[in-house]
Write a protein that binds this ligand. Structure first.
Ligand SMILES: C[S@@+](CC[C@H](N)C(=O)[O-])C[C@H]1O[C@@H](n2cnc3c(N)ncnc32)[C@H](O)[C@@H]1O
Length: 249
């Protein structure tokens, strides 16, 4: 279930041909980083089951199926890989809550502005950040995510990228996103014996400094933790002041 690509070991992750051949070789299903059971507290907290959800870069993960089993009613799944999308369409043709379309996350002009209440991304921005033209591709995809979100809607990014490498992309005045960060250990992580927890709970947001960094005294128990960035699209009536949420005094 867990694969770490924290050091980009290929620049192919943004390439449809790469993913098509990979999905042809690896039939079945695979969830990168985390399964829905671990993410459920965050998903249920920020995304009502009646939301119109966009799963960006769905691959062949079972996350969307698990969400429907948990009550979600409308999940549009897109992926650049036509192989993955064809497989998933066939697999889920009997589940009307799930829809699949082949699409590049950098150009989702098929959808009108403010089409979705929530956008979920598990490993797709990461893939673009491990491709040629990473910076441009990431900006294009995040611009599209921002355009597609309704005011008040949330972009939930599940990634291996820590704040030093993700906040600069997310904290753009043009997006006007209020960002909340959670850090969860990788599946199967066990705290070393005799080691007491230095942090309250994984369900508590982690404060960020005003510069968008982790507090200097923050100890990450699992060095291969995953980061969940909750980015809420603020409208003019919501006061953000372009500050990141939960600044350390
Ligand atoms: C690391 S996998 C994650 C798959 C799935 N979200 C999961 O959690 O298991 C990244 C996915 O992003 C897709 N992808 C890569 N570049 C994309 C793009 N430009 N537009 C849409 N999907 C893309 C890949 O085809 C792949 O399915």
């Amino acid at each position: 279930m867990y694969r770490d690509v924290s050091a980009c070991n290929t620049y192919n992750y943004g390439d449809a041909l790469y993913w098509n051949s990979r999905y042809l070789q690896e039939a079945g299903s695979f969830d990168w980083y985390q399964r829905y059971t671990a993410l459920r507290p965050f998903v249920r907290k920020y995304i009502p089951t009646s939301s119109r959800v966009l799963m960006v870069g769905c691959g062949n993960a079972v996350m969307s199926e698990d969400m429907v089993k948990d009550g979600y009613e409308d999940i549009m799944n897109i992926d650049i890989s036509s192989v993955a999308i064809d497989m998933m369409k066939r697999k889920y043709e009997y589940i009307p809550q799930l829809k699949y379309m082949q699409m590049d996350a950098r150009d989702m002009s098929f959808f009108p502005d403010e089409s979705f209440d929530s956008v979920l991304d598990k490993g797709t921005l990461d893939s673009l950040m491990c491709s040629n033209n990473a910076q441009i591709s990431a900006a294009q995809m995040l611009g599209e995510v921002s355009r597609l979100l309704k005011p008040g809607g949330v972009y939930m990014l599940i990634t291996y990228g820590d704040p030093t490498v993700r906040i600069p992309h997310l904290n753009k005045p043009a997006f006007n996103w209020k960002i909340t960060l959670y850090i969860i250990p990788r599946p199967g992580f066990e705290r070393p014996a005799g080691c007491s927890s230095s942090w309250k709970s994984f369900l508590e947001p982690v404060p960020l400094t005003e510069r968008g960094l982790l507090p200097a005294d923050f100890v990450m128990e699992d060095p291969d933790s995953h980061f969940i960035y909750l980015c809420q699209k603020m409208d003019e009536t919501m006061d953000l002041g372009h500050a990141i949420i939960h600044p350390v005094p």
